[in-house]
Design a protein around this ligand. Structure first.
Ligand code: CA
Length: 337
């Protein structure tokens, strides 16, 4: 019995061995298929690892760029603020040595240019009292001021711009919501997309004009060099910086030739006092509001451009010099102000 069993088993083994010898492909096929599957798994694993590694590297690169940009942005901001303090100090020093302001002053003629290790800063100061203050068309209670509105109309006439722009400006800054003349109040602006309301208060930046009805890009291109937005309702014009159209806006009797001649004289030999301007022979017989004329600037705008690496920052500051002679920042913004 045992012999028979052993014999049958041996026969089976012999049979299998013999059959393998007779057909060798059966002995080779199975291992090749396994190796193929193993190779596919290996390639898949390598591909997956490559994808994961690429994703990790990409994320790391983005993170590095983000960190670098944040660092450069913060550094640029600190440089801009340093430049702002430098210019405020320069203005304060100027006032300690000179009572008036004109286009020959160092603060105006000498821009700040400072190279830095990985970039640089360039900044300059601009007068803000040779232009028409758009906030002057109403008083501190938000009520219209007729003389200033008339002056603004004259400026628009000189610049060949529509007179209704004066009504629109008045309505934007006056306290009520009632449109007057050819003005526009919130009903006009709420129907726009997106809708917004009239400020019914002071304008913070001349760029705000572009929100107002009729103040198209073409209008602003002509108007902007002659207007400013000061945080006060009244500020004297500094006739050493006034533009010819703004000078003409003081009176119907000041034509373009008189205005341009006075501007030219102020650039060559600045007026040292109000009386020297008011008594000028070119203005003989022309009555002017003497409380609108001055030779001192208390509001200045600083424009700075800071480069740090590949990052560029534009920074604008509005300075006010107080009665104590101290210069303070009253507004600042990235870009325009
Ligand atoms: Ca209003």
């Amino acid at each position: 019995m045992l012999f028979c069993l052993f014999s049958s088993c041996r026969n089976i083994l012999l049979s299998h061995r013999c059959s393998s010898l007779v057909n060798p492909s059966l002995a080779v096929k199975a291992p090749r298929r396994q190796r193929g599957v193993a190779m596919v798994i290996a390639l898949f694993t390598v591909a997956m690892a490559t994808v994961i590694a690429t994703a990790i590297l990409s994320q790391s690169y983005l993170q590095m760029r983000r960190t670098s940009n944040l660092f450069n942005s913060e550094q640029a901001l600190q440089y801009a603020i340093s430049g702002e303090r430098f210019m405020a100090a320069a203005l304060q020093l100027h006032r300690e040595n000179k009572e008036t302001d004109d286009k020959l002053d160092l603060w105006y003629t000498a821009p700040l240019i400072a190279p830095l290790a990985n970039g640089g800063i360039a900044a300059n100061l601009l007068d803000q009292q040779g232009c028409f203050n758009v906030n002057s068309v109403v008083d501190t209670a938000g009520q219209p001021r007729g003389k200033r509105i008339e002056q603004y109309r004259r400026l628009l006439t000189v610049l060949s711009l529509p007179l209704e722009l004066a009504d629109v400006l008045r309505d934007w800054v006056d306290a009520d919501d009632l449109p007057e003349g050819n003005g526009a109040e919130e009903d006009t602006y709420l129907s726009r997309t997106p809708a917004y309301r009239a400020a019914n208060g002071p304008i913070e930046s001349p760029s705000e004009l572009q929100l107002m009805a009729g103040y198209t890009p073409e209008v602003l291109e002509i108007l902007m060099p002659h207007v400013c937005a000061l945080p006060v309702r009244q500020a004297k014009l500094n006739i050493n910086f006034v533009t010819a159209p703004v000078l003409q806006s003081l009176s119907d009797k000041i034509d373009s030739s008189i205005a341009e001649e006075l501007v030219s004289q102020a650039e060559e030999i600045p007026f040292a006092e109000d009386e020297a301007f008011l008594s000028h022979q070119l203005l003989e017989g022309i009555e002017l509001e003497t409380d609108q004329i001055g030779v001192i600037t208390d509001f200045y705008k600083a424009e700075a451009k800071v480069d740090v690496g590949e990052l560029q920052l534009r920074f604008v500051s509005l300075f006010q010099r107080g009665a104590d002679g101290k210069v303070r920042v009253v507004a600042r913004a990235r870009g325009a102000l």
